[in-house]
Design a protein around this ligand. Sequence first.
Ligand code: PXP
Length: 245
Amino acid sequence: MASLGINLDHIATVRQARRTVEPDPVQLAILAELGGADGITVHLREDRRHIQDRDVELLRHTLGSRLNLEMAATKEMVATALRVRPHQVTLVPERREEVTTEGGLDVVRQLPVLRQAVEPLQGEGIPVSLFVDAEVDQLIACQASGARWVELHTGAYANTASPAAELARLQAGTRLARALGLRVNAGHGLTYQNVEPVAAIPAMEELNIGHTIVARALAVGLTNAVHQMKALIRNPRQNLLVTEG
Ligand code: PXP
């Protein structure tokens, strides 16, 4: 069964809309854990548009679960991660003008830069995951980077009206990654409607989900929203796409 990482960036987005102290992602992380979160994910962006350095520091000390720090592969961020010591680092591409992370890393082209981030982090015992599209050449490059994990980008699956082909790509990507000795997470754009077939992929270890859970939390509270997502992941209907297709 895949575990569930809750991305709290958009709690911080609401706070930063007023540059105030509420809502506090550090406080709400506790409610996410009560709802069954196996881990908390935050993206400390270069422009600090949502999560702040203080959030990351406090989460590291207060979480009962695991902290997964999403970040760009820059010297500044590597230094931050070495200081904070999250349970995992996920390296993501970052462009200032994007609304959210738009694509996977181009590991093939950026291999030297990524290695410079992976080596010091894993050398200090912090496992690194690379956020990539489920493409053969990218996954082979992930193995070459030395990273132990990949997070498969589920955005294309989430955004298409006929997801069967994209689901097959995620399934094949997971198989290839495992054959290459990589451990596999997935995320981006997953919702209560589309999560089950991804949760049912054998060897999928963790799904990182944010926006849809924060949105549902406005109606039912964060603990309930996490609990509802956890139930779908724990007991996914494997043939959902086929039976409804
Ligand atoms: N995984 C990664 C690497 C991401 O960048 C994001 C979005 O910040 C997520 C997962 C969560 O995506 P969503 O908010 O669409 O669930």
